[in-house]
Design a binder for this molecule. Sequence first.
Ligand code: GSH
Length: 233
Amino acid sequence: MQLVIGNKNYSSWSMRPWVLMRALGLPFEERMLRFDFHDANSRFSAEAAKLSPTARVPVLLEADGFAVWDSLAMAERLHECFPNAGVWPADPRQRARARSLCASMHSGFGKLRSLCPMNIEADLRDIGRQLVAQEPGLRADLQQLEALWLPELTAHGGPWLFGAAFCAADAFFAPVAMRVKGYGLPLAPPAQAYVEALSQQSAVQEWVQAALGEHHWVPEDEPYRQGPSSGQL
Ligand SMILES: N[C@@H](CCC(=O)N[C@@H](CS)C(=O)NCC(=O)O)C(=O)O
């Protein structure tokens, strides 16, 4: 399989299936389409349009070129192709709950997503403080994270949402962990501990290290930093 992704520093949607496949040890080849939306002759847009009708990443390409787009659909396809890999928890109710969490992530958290776009290399804690003070919608999203995470962490004993095994639900929240850290967003201690565990997870770390080595400035993904020279505002 080939997983087509965007810039590791910015592409939160790409991070989800990449981290999931890497964490579960599923074989895949990676291909990066670098973001260049500002270019009228954007190579990203042209190449992405060849791969899926959405012209977005990530895209999962099977050996014969069959394309699966959208990260949630990818999780389900991976579960079909590798039923014993642990994409979802083995217990049916935990599986339903894990899907609920992923779907909630997928369709919600509008304020967290729009106000705090993923930017792994940037230190945006000053901005984060201002946003939390000024944006009730962002505070509501943070409360929603705690409401989704804490019952599962308590019920299954952590360190992951459904116990000892890392699954798609954890991978789906990996970019959220990057935002919580980058913007210094406040969460209750058990939720903060989960963010820390996610940040230290080996596949997440591998992604982060690659993101830190990129240094590709994408203006559309930089609402806060003034220039590419540093992680400063
Ligand atoms: N819901 C989609 C979202 C995909 C998405 O929005 N990808 C962004 C990059 S993170 C993209 O390709 N943007 C390019 C564009 O908007 O032209 C998924 O889960 O895969």
